[in-house]
Design a protein around this ligand. Structure first.
Ligand code: 7TS
Length: 422
């Protein structure tokens, strides 16, 4: 029998209060896994997070109890599925602090959200002679769409440099920002360094010259309270799978006034008010930007993930992860020949390092033998690697379920790297 999702009592979500990682770990079935005979130590959360039972169950319930297409059928299941989909948007809007629900567009993820803005807003607003300002620590997703846009429009891409500690050089930001700057696209948290950027400040300065601001929140939304109005941004993007939700679903927040004036990104079913062969009238927000059958179970799963995050509390998550990062920074410093990449004033989620004894790929292979999952490579942020003069780094990235024991296991495995290669 189908359930009325909007009023469904939430199960499996922890009560608000101080964060207790030991208790939270029990919510994540995969964390009980062993890898090559060792308990899994999962430290690749910047790539994707593991999923709590509440998310897995919500998706299973969707398929076992109320699977139907949305916005199309008058039949019962379609109404329930539509309610769940709309409810997911309400939760996402509240999570990001949007003024109205229709300011949130469901996309495939941060990458698609940025592409939507570059294609729609960019091609409408950016003219020859205009400038797009990004930073030296962006993920390729927040570089390449702007490069393509500049090539197509005759605009120029400008890049705010990063200092040796991994902070943005704000004097250079001020120097590069001018009345030709049409858009500033900046990451909230760097996936390669963990740097937390001063978005409020950046947005205020950008708006003072009339530029719009897009914030890449892929690495901030899972780790700290986000409020788009407090940040003062015009667009904010993030990915569900990095927020304990499913893959294939993400969010684009855009100020209603801007989204309203933007042309569609993709077209087809669901995004229209009426179609004749002579003329199509586009639908209103948010459907104008959601052509075709959406990722319904993705939205349902993401809503469960947002419930989970809210129940744990973003403030508690931020405080806990901050103390874990501090612990990890000091623990890693005692590993001989290990160099931390950057020492940003404010760091979240991520610590990257290199070792004299071994290439990052060899490091991650030895760690994998011990059941410790980290990422090695350029992390889709090649320019920041070039800035630090390395082709790759090893990166440990944290989530609410990581513990000091995880960090100890990482450090022990790094000593093993030295034993093998040094
Ligand atoms: N922006 C940032 C800052 C990211 O870290 C990522 C993914 C993206 C955008 C793109 O997100 P997607 O969900 O659309 O792919 N970052 C990583 C990472 O650090 N390791 O794997 C993916």
């Amino acid at each position: 029998m189908a359930v009325h999702v909007a009023n469904e009592k939430r199960r499996d979500t922890p009560a608000a209060g101080p964060l207790d990682p030991a208790r939270l770990r029990a919510d994540f079935p995969i964390l009980a896994a062993t890898v090559r005979g060792n308990p899994l130590v999962y430290l690749d959360n910047a790539a994707t997070t593991q999923k709590p039972r509440a998310v897995i169950d919500a998706i299973a319930r969707y398929y076992t109890e109320y699977n139907a297409n949305v916005h199309r059928g008058v039949h019962y299941l379609s109404q329930i599925a539509t309610q769940a989909y709309d409810e997911a948007r309400r939760k996402a809007a509240a999570f990001l602090g949007a003024t109205v629900d229709c300011e949130v567009i469901f996309t495939r993820g941060a990458t698609e959200s940025i592409n939507l803005v570059a294609h729609s807003y960019g091609r409408q607003r950016v003219l020859p002679g205009d400038e797009i300002l990004i930073t030296g620590m962006e993920h390729h997703s927040n570089i390449v769409p702007w490069q393509i846009l500049c090539k197509e429009t005759g605009a120029t891409l400008r890049v705010v440099p990063v200092d040796d500690d991994g902070n943005l050089v704000m004097e250079e930001f001020d120097r590069l920002l001018n009345e030709h700057t049409r858009l500033v696209a900046v990451t909230h948290v760097s996936n390669a360094l963990g740097t937390v950027n001063p978005i409020r400040d950046i947005a205020a300065r950008a708006h003072a010259v009339g530029a719009a601001v897009l914030v890449d929140g892929a690495q901030s939304a899972p780790h700290m309270p986000v409020n788009v109005r407090e940040l003062g941004c015009d667009f904010f993007v993030c990915s569900g799978h990095k927020m304990y939700g499913p893959t294939g679903i993400g969010l684009l927040y855009g100020r209603a006034e801007l989204l309203d004036a933007m042309p569609p990104y993709q077209s087809g079913g669901d995004m229209i008010l009426s179609v004749t062969f002579e003329k199509t009238i586009y639908g209103r927000l948010p459907s104008k930007f959601e052509a075709g059958t959406p990722h319904i179970e993705g939205a349902v799963g993401l809503a469960a993930a947002l419930d989970y995050l809210n129940a744990v509390g973003l403030g508690a998550i931020a405080a806990y992860e901050r103390s874990l990062l501090r612990y990890a920074e000091s623990a890693l410093r005692v590993v001989p020949g290990l160099r931390l990449m950057g020492a940003p004033r404010k760091r979240a989620g991520v610590i990257a390092f290199t070792m004299d004894a071994a290439h990052p790929h060899d490091i991650s292979q030895v760690l994998d033998e011990a059941g410790v999952a980290i990422r090695a490579g350029h992390h889709c942020a090649q320019p920041v690697m070039q800035r630090f003069g390395v082709p790759a780094s090893a990166r440990a990235s944290f989530a609410l379920y990581n513990t000091r024991e995880d960090v100890d296991a990482l450090v022990q495995a790094l000593h093993e790297v030295n034993r093998i290669f040094a």
